[in-house]
Write a protein that binds this ligand. Structure first.
Ligand code: GLY
Length: 562
């Protein structure tokens, strides 16, 4: 009976309701491009480059603008990762991930029976890690910025003070979250409370404008010291949180060496731990080298089956081996060793699925050592930056810092609250990602840059919690194996497998006619995701040196450039 019901359901998924064109070409520009989750943020970044700023200057301005116009994930109360490639080919990576407060401990989300207390790591004050965004932007500016700091923060100050029109999607999300904002903030955040927000309504955030003005005038001290720090600590005390003044004073973003790997004719540059994104993406692309994905084609049973099986194995590795490299030994070289990666597919069969229970993390060579948003920028000099930043889930911990006008992250949920217990994305972690004071929680953020023949080729990344990695993987394959333009590659339907839970999450229309049924006959369990997987921002450098932007139609995303 169940089988009879499943068949029409699978046909619906495969037939697809999604009508986004795979051939669509995005905005083409000659010199510079910004693609972000919000048209106002993209235009702020574009304006900075028109005034002579470089990609880093634009990125800083976009980060602060998103903190105003895209409060679901843009932030100053969260963190992120970025990878950059300068015009001369040199690369760098910045980890401005949040970290566990000094009073955090590994069992802080467990009750007396040792069971995880539902939602404690997701909603409310205890869910927040020490924010990293402002120190990240300050350090980025010190190392690579060319324009005065004040000029980069000022557009966000004006947006918060003067207000901006809500898009239909933003209005809807604010409406959906009104009750939670009241429940989880200790004082009513009046500026964001309204019976019914509508498209075009103006949202003004005066307290946030004052906080941004302090950051503009005092840099790092405008957030980690003085009035803003006091607002955060007062909010923590009222709401039972544990972030202290010392935690704020001690926070520092960390420059890290990006991961680089040659995969076929491309050089992949991506984020190292504490994000899992770079390792997982490189593993997936390396595995794909051995299979004729281009011949199988997009949306086919062969391609989808192969990708799903590769994803299971890569996410099993993620769960066991990855965490903050400043606290545990992460076997980065072993995990990226080509022979190791290829061994992982030894038990792969084209005919049937491998149950996740039968997929285990591999044994790499000896240890050596959800809501988010992404933006991609290339400047007229040829510098490129790929930035993923987050509060974790939509609107983070749902806690507004009273008096300071911004939301705190709920990034503590990215730790493993208890070995084997799934987090909000269903991801399972172990010892490597256990909570410890000052430790950074494992991430899936995958800010990535690709080179081809030694030149800049693609800047790409996505939001989407655990689905970020597979979204970036799919988009890259859509371009390099399936020859789609950047916009078509971003438009294309997405599917995702993360080892546990053992199902394929699939957007409607992500699979070709009959593919869902064929996958099911091979043993895959398919779960539809009508809300969409990931939201990506890509820039592709064309053979004639111009650029094409890929802005995600799943959101309000927009490309701008000249
Ligand atoms: N908070 C989502 C991630 O970092 O993967």
């Amino acid at each position: 009976m169940i089988k009879k019901l499943l068949i029409p359901f699978l046909l619906i998924i495969t037939a697809g309701c999604q009508n986004r064109s795979l051939d669509e070409v995005g905005l083409i520009t000659d010199k510079a491009m910004v693609v972000s989750a919000h048209p106002l943020a993209s235009s702020v970044g574009n304006e900075i480059m028109l005034r002579g700023g470089n990609a880093v200057d634009a990125a800083i301005a976009v980060q602060f603008a998103l903190a105003v116009v895209y409060p679901d994930a843009g932030n100053i109360g969260g963190g992120g990762f970025l990878v950059l490639r300068q015009q001369d080919g040199s690369v760098d990576a910045l980890d401005y991930r949040e970290e566990a407060p000094g009073d955090a401990h590994r069992d802080m989300y467990l009750n007396e029976e040792g069971e995880v207390i539902e939602d404690l790591s997701v909603k409310g004050h205890l869910a927040a890690g020490v924010p990293g965004t402002v120190d990240g932007m300050v350090q980025l500016h010190e190392k690579y910025g060319t324009m005065p700091w004040e000029e980069l923060v000022q557009p966000a100050v004006l947006l918060a003070a003067n207000g901006f029109p809500l898009t239909a999607k933003e209005a809807e999300k604010l409406n959906e979250n009104q009750d939670d904002f009241i429940t989880y903030s200790t004082r009513r955040p009046e500026f964001i409370l309204k019976d019914n927000w509508e498209e075009g309504d103006t949202l003004r955030i005066p307290d946030l404008a004052k906080t941004l003005a302090r950051i503009r005038d005092q840099g790092r001290a405008g957030f980690y010291e003085g009035a803003t720090a006091q607002y955060i600590v007062d909010e923590m005390k009222r709401g039972g949180g544990i972030i202290s003044k010392e935690d704020l004073a001690n926070y520092r973003a960390i420059w890290r060496e990006p991961l680089t790997a040659k995969v076929g004719e491309h050089n992949v540059i991506s984020m190292p731990p504490p994000s899992s994104g770079g390792i997982a993406l490189i593993q997936l692309l390396t595995i794909s080298e051995d299979y004729p994905v281009d011949e199988w084609g997009i949306k086919t049973t062969e391609t989808a089956h192969f990708m799903i099986e590769a994803e299971k194995r890569v996410y099993a590795d993620r769960a066991k081996h990855l965490g903050d490299p400043d606290f545990i030994d992460v076997p980065v070289e072993g995990l990226l060793e080509e022979a190791y990666i290829k061994r992982r597919m030894r038990d792969f069969s084209m005919d049937s699925d491998t149950d996740s229970e039968e997929v285990y993390a591999g044994k790499p060579a000896a240890y050596e050592g959800a809501q988010t948003t992404h933006y991609s920028i290339v400047d007229p000099m040829g510098n490129a930056i790929s930035v993923t930043t987050t509060l974790n889930t939509n609107f983070g911990a749902l806690v507004f810092v009273d008096g300071a006008g911004f939301l705190l992250n709920n990034e503590m949920d990215d730790f493993s609250a208890k070995p084997g217990y799934p987090n909000t994305y269903g991801l399972i972690g172990g010892e490597a990602n256990a909570i410890a004071p000052g430790k950074r929680m494992l991430s899936s953020m995958t800010p990535t840059i690709l080179e081809k023949d030694g030149d800049l080729y693609m800047v790409v990344g996505s939001m989407g919690g655990s689905t970020i990695i597979t979204t970036v993987y799919q988009i890259i394959l859509n371009v390099i194996a399936h020859d789609l333009p950047m916009q078509g590659a971003v438009n294309a339907g997405r599917f995702h497998h993360q080892w546990e839970p053992d199902w394929v999450l699939s957007e409607l229309g992500a699979l070709g006619p009959g593919t869902g049924l064929q996958l099911w006959l091979k043993g895959h369990k398919i779960a539809p995701n009508p809300r969409g997987i990931g939201r990506a921002a890509g820039i592709l450098v064309l053979p004639d040196g111009r650029m094409e932007g890929g802005a995600d139609p799943r959101g309000d995303d927009a490309a701008a450039g000249f």
